[in-house]
Design a protein around this ligand. Structure first.
Ligand code: USQ
Length: 355
């Protein structure tokens, strides 16, 4: 619905959900059912559906997921908080109320840590070891890494973290929180099986993420839109790997009573200007440095610990492996669907960013 409101479509054509489900069920032995529920608004239907289905695991992706969209207006800020925070809380309450021991796999974000707070110190997987001076001497504790959100969207994910920690402690809900980096790429092994299953590829200023945007800009001959100096370092992961990570998480739930298990779901880090250079070298695209519409550090270091998924068997798809495929199979193929008027990011983090 948000894309309809914004007047923009995915670069890839997305078939209605009913058709996607029918296509999948016609080619796979793993049959999928679909029910549309507003989990933030309709607690009773969420509860009765959980009761009927009695799941072993719930993969919770039901959140407004774009930082620029969350910063667009008072209305999108309020919607993002109302939808994301209430949705997560409703799910947790319903599981506890029903006494269901389902493993909650929540889509969090690397953005909960913020960027640059700890300089070049590696960001741990969720928990930070700290030393405290007490009257009885020094003690060591592990605490949730301090939350340092950079947008209202990221703020909702930091609030989710507290709710997940609380329900894990109070009611022994089993939780895995995936602190995901910026997703790039379009196809997974599953969606590749039929064109009608293809995933979204958002390229517009409010909904598209940086690498997909650059790829599509390069294809249609638009200069690559680097915000500021492009010194922002961010963490990335291919969509294929995100799916594999969810599978790994589902196979490795924490025990009841454990604190939430937190995985950093990232495979590599890059500076925005290096990504622009990489794509420019590959395609000949020009690069333009635009005033940054966001409130964010112009330059930051980012070293991320992400050993857990690797130890559990993740084999990353790196930029060097996947980038050309993405240009050839997606950006080139669907370039004719691009609306050039939607490319520049218009959401401002603060009114004075308009200057
Ligand atoms: N950027 C540009 N030019 C563009 C678009 C973005 O220079 O045309 C810059 C931004 O200023 C920012 C960086 O690229 O410094 C990343 O921006 P993004 O839009 O790709 O990603 P972001 O807004 O941080 O959020 C996205 C998803 C969110 C997810 C998050 C993971 O929207 O759902 O949680 O990536 S992370 O950032 O690691 O927290």
């Amino acid at each position: 619905m948000i894309d309809v409101k914004l007047g923009v479509e995915s670069l890839t054509p997305i078939r209605p959900i009913e058709e996607r489900i029918d296509v999948w069920n016609s080619i796979s032995d793993n049959q999928v059912a679909f029910k549309s529920i507003d989990v933030a608004e309709d607690y009773d239907l969420l509860r009765s559906t959980l009761q009927e289905f009695a799941p072993d695991a719930v993969v919770h992706f039901a959140e407004q997921r774009a930082a620029p969209y969350s910063m667009k207006s008072p209305s999108t800020k309020r919607y993002t908080v109302d939808n994301n925070v209430r949705g997560t809380h409703n799910l947790l309450v319903a599981l506890v109320d029903l006494g269901l021991d389902a493993h909650v796999i929540h889509l969090g974000t690397m953005g909960v840590y913020g960027y640059g707070w700890s300089g070049s110190a590696p960001i741990p997987e969720g928990y930070l070891r700290v030393k405290l001076d007490t009257p009885d001497g020094e003690i060591e504790r592990e605490i949730l890494h301090p939350a340092n959100p950079g947008s209202v969207y990221h703020m909702t994910k930091t609030l989710d973290q507290l709710m997940l920690a609380y329900y894990a402690k109070n009611d022994a809900v089993r939780v895995t929180d995936l602190h995901q980096g910026i997703v790039w790429g379009t196809q997974t092994e599953q969606t590749r099986r039929d064109e009608r299953l293809i995933n979204r590829f958002d390229y517009d200023g409010d909904y598209g993420t940086v690498l997909n945007r650059f790829l599509m800009q390069a294809t249609i001959g638009h200069p690559l839109t680097v915000h500021g100096s492009g010194g922002q370092t961010r963490a990335f992961i291919h969509i294929r790997d995100t799916v594999r990570c969810i599978e790994i998480a589902a196979d490795n739930p924490p025990a009841p009573g454990e604190r939430p298990q937190i995985f950093n779901q990232v495979t590599e880090t890059h500076r925005v200007r290096d990504l622009a250079k990489l794509i420019s070298d590959l395609t000949g695209a020009e690069i333009t440095n635009l005033p940054n519409p966001r409130v964010e550090a112009d330059e930051n270091e980012l070293v991320v610990t992400h050993n857990q998924f690797l130890e559990l068997g993740l084999e990353p798809t790196t930029l060097s492996l996947g980038l050309l495929e993405e240009v050839r199979d997606i950006a080139d193929k669907y370039a004719h669907r691009a609306d050039q008027s939607k490319i520049i990011a218009r959401s401002l983090w603060r009114a004075d960013k308009a200057n």
